[in-house]
Write a protein that binds this ligand. Structure first.
Ligand code: GLC
Ligand code: MG
Length: 549
């Protein structure tokens, strides 16, 4: 199947299904649940990293790119997983974390032991003449981005946790080593690759302070050289396979650069993730803050990206959720009264757009953020650091907690809720992260009498079978409606109008005259009447299809 017809499902292995009772999900557990994935009918699965790792950043701190962490299983479990998924037509996408390695990686350990070759794999710098750190850059998880390099008078750069040392991509040996990793997994039948924070690899040779008032990330994020690196990696590895599927995680990128990364003529990546739409509930761009989402901004971003990427023949990964984001239902939908309807509406928005939709595990049953009542339940380093920083900057413990509760990455990392039992049917042991609302939201109930899973099945099928959904062009509907985000798709003689009511209040929109004779392709409510004043119920999505032939 062509990329445009595919839907990708993301599994956070730690939290999907635990087969051995240690409270942590594993590869055998995923194998047990293949029938579920098959039922949803997704084309490929992106797995968050399960390579050998001290797990300081849940596997994004890799100590060995070539081995499976024993917590998750063995290489033969992995091979069985790939084979069994392949047998039911599902591809595998692995997470390649190439901006940094764990400080436990043998490269870093050799560097520490004085091996010059491996010292050149990392950014090692001297303090400034006044003794201060090499640059004033901040780590994305809080604190300075430099730590002392062993007993030397050098410091090493880490944009994330101090145990995640940044690799120096200027060094051709680093780039070749990364291509080797990709090729190793390709040989095992892997066709999909997600490149973690790949657009922060393009740092300058001379690392300099960010001027006052300028965020340090603007100095090294999304720079032109990233495209050279990607072209080289493409040619040396996945680009040799016409069926490979790749996605780059792009921090603070632009439409123009994203076209560059994904226009097929450039031979870089199949698609990119951008995060602008998920910052529309940040106060002044600050993650650790709270406000209701800004609907006009959200709409302009979704529309602007869809329009721009279409015009430049770029390709987007479409998503609301992943393992780094609180559940979208709690942010852009209504996790209470209209949980199911708003989940269906959000899904419609991205699944009928131009691009490749990603479903994050649990989204298809309407999972929401857990209801934790103290910091004791949170484990993610980012959340723990943020909480401390908020308190240090003057927030009360209660206020800091409220912010963490709505923003923590743990929100989406809770175990998949398979049934209503105390451990959510996830494990027989003690779950590494506590589920809280499985009595109300779980797979067993959803499959028995829910409508959401079924709605996802329909969306997936539409993309797989209808060329206009997969390949149609994108056009703006109108951007001035107070509560509806809509868009047009077009292919040959067909036109599709997708309307989505983002609020609990019903509303009406004027039906474009030409669409009065259209048919209803999909809606999350029964009994739709096509009339000049179209009524949209709470969180209703409506897709109208017109064939002018
Ligand atoms: C990406 C991952 C995130 C991780 C970070 C550092 O953003 O999605 O989970 O913490 O990179 O590797
Ligand atoms: Mg286990």
């Amino acid at each position: 199947m062509k990329l445009s017809q595919q839907v990708i499902y993301q599994i956070y292995p730690k939290s999907f299904y635990d087969s051995d009772g240690d409270g942590i999900g594993d590869l055998r557990g995923i194998i047990d649940k293949i029938p579920y994935l098959q039922k949803l009918h997704v084309n490929m699965i992106w797995f968050n990293p399960f390579f050998v790792s001290p797990q300081n950043d849940n596997g994004y701190d890799i100590a060995d790119y070539y081995r499976i962490d024993p917590t998750f299983g063995t290489m033969s479990d992995f091979e069985a997983l790939v084979a069994k998924l392949k047998a039911v037509g599902i591809g595998v996408m692995l997470d390649m974390v190439f901006n940094h390695t764990s400080t436990e990686h043998v490269w870093f350990q050799k560097a520490l032991a004085g091996d010059r070759k491996y010292q050149r794999f990392y950014y090692l710098r001297h303090a400034k003449p006044d003794g201060s750190l090499p640059t004033n850059w901040e780590s994305k998880f809080g604190g300075p981005a430099w730590s002392p390099f062993g007993d030397t008078d050098l410091y090493y750069l880490h944009l994330y946790d101090p145990t995640q040392a940044d690799l120096d991509w200027h060094n051709p040996a680093v780039r070749a080593a990364c291509a080797d990793v990709v090729n190793y997994w390709r040989d095992k039948g892997v066709k999909g690759f997600r490149f973690d924070v790949i657009n922060v690899t393009g740092k300058a040779n001379q690392l300099v302070d960010a001027p006052k008032g300028v965020a340090s990330k603007t100095l090294y994020t999304d720079t032109p050289v990233v495209q050279d690196y990607l072209r080289e990696l493409n040619a040396a590895s996945f680009g040799q396979d016409a069926n490979s599927v790749t996605v780059g995680e792009m921090s603070s990128t632009t439409i123009k650069n994203s076209i560059g990364y994904t226009n097929p003529d450039n031979h870089e990546l199949s698609m990119v993730f951008n995060f602008h739409h998920l910052k529309t509930d940040y106060v002044d761009g600050r993650k650790w803050s709270r406000m209701p989402f800004d609907f006009p901004r959200l709409k302009h971003l979704l529309d602007g990206w869809a329009t721009g990427m279409d015009a430049g023949n770029g390709w987007q990964a479409l998503f609301w959720n992943n393992h780094d984001q609180p559940r979208a239902l709690n942010r852009f939908g209504d996790a209470g009264r209209y949980r199911v309807k708003s989940a269906e509406m959000l899904a419609t928005v991205i699944h009928l757009m131009r691009g490749t939709p990603f479903i994050y595990m649990g989204e298809e049953i309407g999972m929401t953020d857990p209801d934790y009542d103290s910091m004791a339940d949170y484990v993610d380093i980012e959340a723990l650091n943020a909480y401390r920083a908020l308190v240090r900057s003057g927030y009360s413990h209660a206020d800091a907690f409220t912010i963490v509760k709505t923003k923590a990455r743990d929100n989406s990392r809770t175990p998949m809720q398979w049934d209503a039992s105390a451990k959510a049917g996830f494990t027989t042991g003690r779950p590494w992260l506590r589920p809280t609302n499985q009595a109300k939201i779980n797979v067993a109930d959803e499959l028995a009498h829910g409508e959401l899973f079924n709605y996802y099945q329909q969306l997936i099928k539409l993309r797989q079978t209808m060329p206009i959904v997969a390949d149609g062009s994108y056009q703006t509907w109108r951007l001035d409606d107070d509560q509806v985000f809509g868009y047009w798709r077009q292919l040959g003689s067909q036109k599709l109008l997708v309307l989505n009511n983002f609020y609990a209040a019903a509303t009406t929109v004027d039906c474009p005259t030409e669409m009065l004779t259209a048919k209803v392709l999909l809606s999350n409510y029964d009994e739709v009447t096509i009339q000049p004043k179209l009524v949209l119920k709470p969180y209703q999505s409506l897709a109208l299809l017109l064939d002018e032939n």
